[in-house]
Write a protein that binds this ligand. Structure first.
Ligand code: ASP
Length: 418
């Protein structure tokens, strides 16, 4: 049986058993004590491998490119595609939210009562930054501190590019031992990923069962149904656009793309983190989509942190939605401000669960959203965020895989189409 079927069965059984367990206190405790740890360990192992995997696969990829000009071509195209898909997603979100107006006519008082989690805004402050702050944060001042922090993947990428480009600049004979070492290390990392993937059906079972016993009051979901539906519609559009574009731009059969990234999508769904899913995304892009490893090892790690199409879609929909709820009118310049800040927010968002909600503060502040209403706005969005975050992560990693196919084709003329 192929791995995506096994994972799917794990998801369904997890939902089912989790639902049954949620009916009794004994069931809830059993899941929390004995099943939840399995999922937690899985996510930890996935994250554990992310930094070394990014370092060795990116270093190997750049060493294999041999040519720094090729690297800048690859880098330029990757960033270009990421910007394009991000801005497209923000605009799509604005179009849908203005068309369907999910926030008009909602009863704020009732929402306030239903959304019980209170937000501590102090935690979310300090997210706004200057225009070049992103680049400043990308450069590490201590490589070991960066390697020791999963949230600093961009710093690791910066160091790896510097390291590998310098490697290419030294005489070929001196390069050889390091290149050999990196190749062996890369093989070991990929083996670890294989082991993790083989274990994933059990882990997603545990994650889904835990989700079911910890689920919130369903009333809030129906109150915010319109918002959720508009966001889901936007994500469905993105998921349709990727394979179609991959076919027209890189000649990849639609079903090859859809089937190829399925295992990664399922891991994304259950972990809610592009970063945790990264090892599986990379494996799927190389093995199933046939994109060259040197492209994947460059495009996917950067994409996991920088390219979050569904997160940018969510920024624009959520921002306009909360304005509609409180009756805060948005002018055209306000909406244009949303395009810019939502793009920056999704680029700056960490690839972890609910990062999108945190970045929403920055977007709302930029349009002068009344600060006394900010806690209510975030509380509402957060109340239904768990399932939406899961879906966002699926779309985010699909977007990264799509860009790897297109960039791979245009830089190396990859095997993907065959
Ligand atoms: N959880 C998402 C991701 O890791 C980020 C977000 O939209 O909150 O891709």
């Amino acid at each position: 049986m192929s791995i995506h079927w096994k994972i799917l069965i794990g998801i369904i059984l997890g939902l089912l058993i989790g639902y049954l367990a949620s009916l009794s206190a004994f069931g809830v405790n059993t899941v929390q004590d004995f099943v939840k740890p399995v999922g937690t360990i899985f996510i930890k192992v996935l994250k554990l491998i992310a930094v070394p995997l990014v370092f060795v696969s990116l270093a190997k990829g750049i060493a294999e490119l041999k040519d720094i000009k090729k690297l800048s071509n690859l880098g330029g195209k990757t960033i270009g595609w990421y910007l394009l898909t991000t801005v497209f997603s923000v605009l799509l979100g604005l179009l849908l939210v203005n068309l369907f107006k999910p926030g008009s006519g909602l009863d704020i008082e009732a929402l306030q009562r239903l959304a019980t989690d209170t937000i501590n805004l102090d935690d979310k402050k300090g997210t706004s930054s200057g225009p070049l702050d992103f680049f400043v944060r990308m450069v590490p001042d201590n490589i070991f501190a960066a390697l020791g922090n999963n949230g600093q993947l961009l710093q690791v990428i910066f160091f790896t590019v510097l390291f590998s480009v310098s490697l290419l600049m030294i005489p070929e004979n001196d390069q050889k031992p390091v290149v050999r070492l990196i190749e062996s290390l890369n093989m070991i990392m990929l083996k670890i990923v294989d082991i993790i993937i083989a274990f994933s059906p059990y882990a997603v079972f545990a994650l889904m069962a835990t989700l079911m016993v910890e689920i919130k009051d369903p009333a809030i979901f129906s109150a915010l149904l319109n918002y959720s539906l508009v966001l889901l519609l936007g994500m469905a559009i993105l998921l349709t656009v990727y394979p179609l574009l991959a076919r027209s731009l890189a000649g990849m059969p639609v079903m090859k793309f859809v089937r190829g990234i399925l295992p990664a999508q399922m891991v994304a769904l259950t972990t809610s983190s592009s970063m945790a899913t990264l090892p599986v995304t990379m494996e799927c892009a190389v093995d199933n989509l046939g994109v060259e490893d040197e492209v994947v090892s460059f495009v996917c790690p950067i994409g996991a942190t920088v390219n979050m199409d569904a997160t940018s879609l969510m920024q624009s929909i959520a921002a306009v939605f909360v304005c509609q709820v409180i009756g805060f009118d948005l002018s055209i310049p306000d909406q244009l401000t949303i395009v810019v800040t939502a793009t920056m927010a999704s680029i700056g968002a960490a690839a972890v669960p609910s990062a999108g909600v945190i970045m929403l503060v920055m977007v709302l502040e930029s349009i002068g959203f009344p600060s006394d209403k900010l806690p209510l706005a975030l509380t509402m969005i957060l109340a239904v965020d768990r399932p939406l975050d899961m879906c966002r992560t699926v779309v985010n990693i699909s977007g990264d895989s799509f860009v790897s196919v297109v960039v791979g084709k245009s830089v190396l003329g990859n095997r993907a189409a065959s």
